[in-house]
Each structure stands twice: as C-alpha cells, then as structure tokens.
Design a protein around this ligand. Structure first.
Ligand code: AMP
Ligand code: MG
Length: 412
C-alpha cells in the first residue's frame, strides 16, 4: 500500500511542477479573464477633450448668477459633433452629454433646470451654476503617461474597458491554457441509449469541462475512453501534443482495470498518491512528454472516478495549478470562518474531511453553513447543490453553532 500523505504535500508537489505559460501578445477582445504580463501605460488622455457631463445648455456661469435668466440659444451640439460657435454674453448652446464644450462656455446647466421658451430661440435657466459645473476635463479619468496596470493584473471586464478606453488594442498576457478533459471506464454511456446491465451514464466529463472553463482555461473534450491501454495511450499522447494540460477521471485507484494508472505509469513521470482527505483519497499527478516537441511536457491530473471525488480533487489540486499556469496572483478560492448552523459530524480517521455544505451570508454578516445531505462520494446530486466545502480536520467534527473553515465555491 502506498503511504498516505498530507494534502499539503500533494498540493506542493503539484504546484512545484507547473509553470505559467510564456506571455503572448493578443487582441484585447480575447483578453478578459487573463493576466497581464506587462505594465500598461496610458497612451492617451481619457476623456480626450473637455466635455459636458449632462444633457442641457453650455453657458457662461457669470451670465446665470441671478437665475432665473433667459439666454439666447445659438447652436446645438451632440456627442460626436463639435460646435464652431462661441458662447458670448447672454448666449447658450444646447449640449448633449459627452459633446465637446464650446468655446466661451465654462459650465453646463442640466436640462431639468431649464425651460425652452416658446419660439425655441431662447432658454430660461432656473438655477445658477459655478464655472466648471457639469464639465468633465480632458484627462479627468486617465492622464496620458500614467501607469495604469502592473504586470500580474487580472483583466476583469471593467479593466478590459479601461484598456479599450486608452486604445490598448493588443496586450501581452499569459495565454489561456488548453486543457484536455477525458473520462475513462467501460461502464460509461454518453449516447443517450438504454443502459445495459452494469452501465451508467457518464457525468464527470461534463462536470470537469465546465470546471476547467470556470477556472479560466479552454476546455477541450477528449471524450470517454474505453478501459483499453492502447486506445488510452493514443488519446493521452494526442492530448499532450495538442493541449497544455490533461485532466483524466477514473482509473487511478487500486482496481484491476485501472488503465489510467497502467498507461501513465508506462509513458509519463507520475506520482500516484493516497491523500489523507475524504473524499478524493486517490490522486495522481505527473508530466507527460509531448512526442512532437522534444523537451516539452504537460501536466497530467489523474482524478478519481467517483464523481464527488473527481469534483473535490479538481478543486483542491487541479484548479489551483491551472490558475498558477495562468499567472493568477490568487490561485485559491476565498476561505471564510463560517458558523455551522447544524452539527457537522464525522469520526476520527486520520483524514481531513471536505463536507459539502450550503453556505450563505446571514443578517449578522457571518457566513453560515449546513450540510447538503448525502455525503457519499457517488452522490453528486447532493454535492452539486453545495456552495461551499466545510473543512473538518481529523476529529469528531463541529457542534451546532461552532466555527468551521469554509471554502466558498460560489456565491449566489
Ligand atoms: P474508477 O475510479 O474508475 O475506479 O471509478 C470509480 C467509480 O466512479 C465507479 O463507480 C465508476 O463507475 C464511477 N465513474 C468513473 N468515471 C465516471 C464518470 N466519468 N462518470 C460517472 N461515474 C464515473
Ligand atoms: Mg474505472
């Protein structure tokens, strides 16, 4: 029997063997979610010119000190246009949000504080404004030459918006890894047909493709592979050439038909682990050489087949590694010290248990958890409703009202 190792050893073993991919310059339109590999300095002012912050009238503040006053409307300017007129004493220009401030005007009055008079040539301004009111200066948001983002910044959707605003159309990023996902097992059915004796519907590949994508990678479906060593070897070698990492499910424990173990032992540099956690005790990790590119090898995550074990194993070992491969500064999910609203019991067995729980923030501002029910490693339906994993160290678990470390999987 292989030695049972602590989770932290398995995690470190994996993290020590993955590296962030070489940066690549790509179109900004493909960059959301990726990590910047360069500092971005603004090449332009945002906004590029002085403009109105409101729909209303561009005025000379000095003219409306004694509001209500009437002004003569001499022109109209929409966003995207520019007025060639100059606002002189007693005059105003109808202006839309984002339109350039016309010469002569030093403030905008919002339309709600005005009334266009019957013949349309004049406007009644009901309120006084100060010079500069409702005017957005050039560079108010970003001044050209400013360091906007450091390398290591994750390009969130708003950050992508900022990059677009300064015309950073190509950005140097850590590219999104392509991750092959495959499941193994002669019992697995995916064609929707009737189940023959001993067959079950495949579930892990569907789940893992989604988890890989949610971890920020491009998930590539390598299918369900029979428990046949030659076929599996061919699929794994193809995956090593076409992808940057491989996630397999099934066939890594002690069964006679654990072909993943048989094949990877032969063709890759693997470590077969038994980890002191429940679920997800068996786990394998290693590097598989790419026959097409000497010197290149890709990480292989051998997850157990039991669906709940597959999911937890992915969360604890594969996800952080895939985040590290993308250069993310934070590779782990949020941990919170939660309140157990009910007892989360367990027996001492030398392992850390990851109980699947429903978690939510309460009116007291604390995160509260309750078991999802069925905690068997085959009971994916119960686990699938979990929003967090409660970490139960070896022992008897947590009493109702006690504190427990929770890993938040999703909020909502
Ligand atoms: P294994 O790790 O291959 O020994 O599989 C352990 C258990 O998980 C067995 O009951 C399998 O039938 C089941 N299993 C393995 N792979 C999958 C999968 N992709 N989808 C659903 N169940 C699976
Ligand atoms: Mg199997």
């Amino acid at each position: 029997m292989p030695e049972v190792i602590p989770e932290s050893d398995a995690r470190q073993y994996v993290l020590d063997r993955v590296v962030a991919a070489a940066p690549r310059r790509i179109s900004l339109s493909d960059a959301t979610g990726l990590v910047l590999a360069e500092a971005v300095v603004a090449g332009e002012d945002v906004p590029p010119f002085v403009n109105s912050a409101v729909d209303g009238y561009a005025v000379r503040a000095g003219d409306v000190v004694d509001a209500p006053v009437e002004l003569v409307v001499i022109d109209e300017v929409a966003a995207g246009a520019a007025s060639t007129a100059t606002v002189g004493p007693g005059q105003a220009i109808r202006i839309m949000t984002g339109a350039p401030m016309p010469a002569g005007a030093d403030a905008s009055v919002m339309v709600e504080d005005t009334e266009r008079l019957a013949d349309g040539t004049r406007v009644l301004v009901r309120r006084s404004v100060n010079a500069g009111d409702a005017v957005r200066l050039a560079g108010d948001d970003v001044v050209a030459g400013t360091l906007l983002f450091e390398p290591g910044t994750t390009i969130t959707p708003p950050i992508a918006g900022v990059l677009a605003s300064v015309n950073a159309r190509q950005v140097l990023v850590v590219p999104r890894p392509r991750v092959a996902v495959l499941s193994t097992g002669d019992e697995l059915v995916t064609d929707g047909g009737a189940l023959a004796p001993g067959q079950i519907r495949e579930s892990n590949k569907t789940m893992l493709l989604g988890m890989v994508a949610a971890a920020g990678c491009e998930a590539v479906d390598f299918g369900v592979v029979r428990d046949d060593e030659a076929v599996l070897e061919g699929v794994l070698r193809k995956a090593a050439t076409e992808c940057d990492a491989i996630v397999t499910s099934g066939g890594v424990s002690m069964g006679d038909y654990d072909v993943v173990k048989a094949v990877l032992t032969k063709i890759a540099d693997m470590r077969w682990m038994q980890i002191a956690i429940k679920p997800a005790k068996p786990f394998a990790f290693g590097l598989l050489a790419d026959a097409a590119q000497p010197g290149r090898s890709v990480p292989v995550f051998g997850l157990p087949g039991n669906p709940v074990s597959s999911m937890v194993s992915f969360e604890l070992f594969a996800r952080p590694a895939l985040r590290a491969m993308q250069g993310h500064p934070v590779i782990d999910r949020l941990h919170v010290l939660a309140v157990a609203d009910e007892a989360l019991q367990r027996r001492p067995d030398g392992k850390t248990h990851y109980a699947r729980v429903h978690g939510a923030f309460g009116a007291d501002g604390r995160y509260h958890v309750r078991s999802v029910g069925g905690q068997g490693s085959h009971q994916l339906a119960a686990t699938a409703t979990a929003t967090a994993l409660a970490v139960l160290p070896d022992g008897d678990g947590v009493e109702a009202g006690g504190s427990v470390d929770a890993i938040v999987l999703w909020v909502g």
